[in-house]
Design a protein around this ligand. Sequence first.
Ligand SMILES: *[C@@H]1O[C@H](CO)[C@@H](O)[C@H](O)[C@H]1NC(C)=O
Length: 446
Amino acid sequence: TGKGLSIWDEFVHRTPSPIAEHSTGDIACDSYHKYREDVAILKYFGAGVYRFSLSWSRILPTGRVDYINWARVQHYNDLIDLLIANNIEPIATLHKWDFPQPLMDIGGWTNDEVISHFVNFAHLAFRTFGDRVTKWVTFNEPNALCFWGYLKGTLAPGRRGIEDGKRCVHNVLKSHAKSYRLYDRVFRPHQHGKVGVVIFTQWYEPKDPGNPSHVKLAEFAVHIVWGLLASPIFFGKYPDEYETFLRLLSQKQGTLSTPLQFSLSEAAELRGSWDFCGIAHYTTNLVEPTNPSHDSGGISDPLGIKLSSDPGWPGGGNTSSNWGFYVVPWGFRKMLNWIKKRYGNPPIYVLENGYQAHPEDGLEDHDRVEYHRSYINEMLKVVRIDGVNVQMYAAWTLLDSFEWGDGYTINFGVVAVNFSDPDRQRTPKLSGSFLKHVFMNNGFPR
Ligand SMILES: *[C@@H]1O[C@H](CO)[C@@H](O)[C@H](O)[C@H]1NC(C)=O
């Protein structure tokens, strides 16, 4: 009712469907209507924070501030008030995959006009909710958004091209910086909140740590996947690897793709535009050199990177997105230490970490319990032994829901949702009770 079309509405209704089992996100877990029940579950778990996203196209159906859907604004007001009444701190994300289709029609993130529309949306959100929301994420996984949505086209909006991917990164970064500065100037003096981004991370381990070319390539992979977005935000410039990245991507086409530059004032806006360093982290891959291939779907192939796993790692990659998902807790420790060392020990919020499994695994999800136990344990070592400044941990995710191209065939939730039930009944899994004990004790129960 009154919600504008988003790029995911458009994407999942394409023919042929890009989604497993032709699923759509039309209703999904329906947290929009069942948020009272979901807050009650959070309360029961003893969660201290709840990270949710505002839907840009619900609040601004055209993507622009010419028409504000106040009924939808009220929905978020109600959710936020209820969280606070239950002592759960709201963390709001402005851009999480959803993006207004009318702005996609003018090119989406490839068009720099979109920057001002995003800043207007951010302004409205800070002004409307910022009296109660004091932690803001501007963009969720902007690297995954631009790599998979614009460079490779496997996620909405399904654009595919080096120039599109490059412009997406550039415009998203500028939008982040401008919203950060807006908050800093206009809202921080009385709202006293914090603003950051959540960048997708994956640890890349050299397949043969004794082989310098493996070591160098693994380092390169981290500098691209993490650093392409993080380096401008921390240091005001793209990482040194940016040029090589574009050259490798474009070497098969006639013209090489040239790096985009930030003007001096843009660089100044970007540099230090964070109050916390938000990360999402799931898994680790082994890295070794291979001959560049431009035919397959991955980003690693044209870069001459072969990804693999150790046969001893639990997990697997049998999903339609073909993501090699393995349980490698020490990779999480290495990733956090790498950020500490290269990025000056910033306060880190781990805002996504979770285990990918299947609905048929049911409620006794021992593997997910072991995943969270072992990753949280590595995080404890990182804090106590390595001196990394991790300040927050949020599991991905509370509820089973629609997962990208995999639809409902995989899940990450610690609460099961019955998608055949019109009422979308929720039942906590074993992993939910495990996290309840961790949250209640703020650590492992003794
Ligand atoms: C899911 O809901 C359907 C429809 O209400 C019901 O028939 C089925 O038993 C439920 N499944 C579980 C596992 O509760």
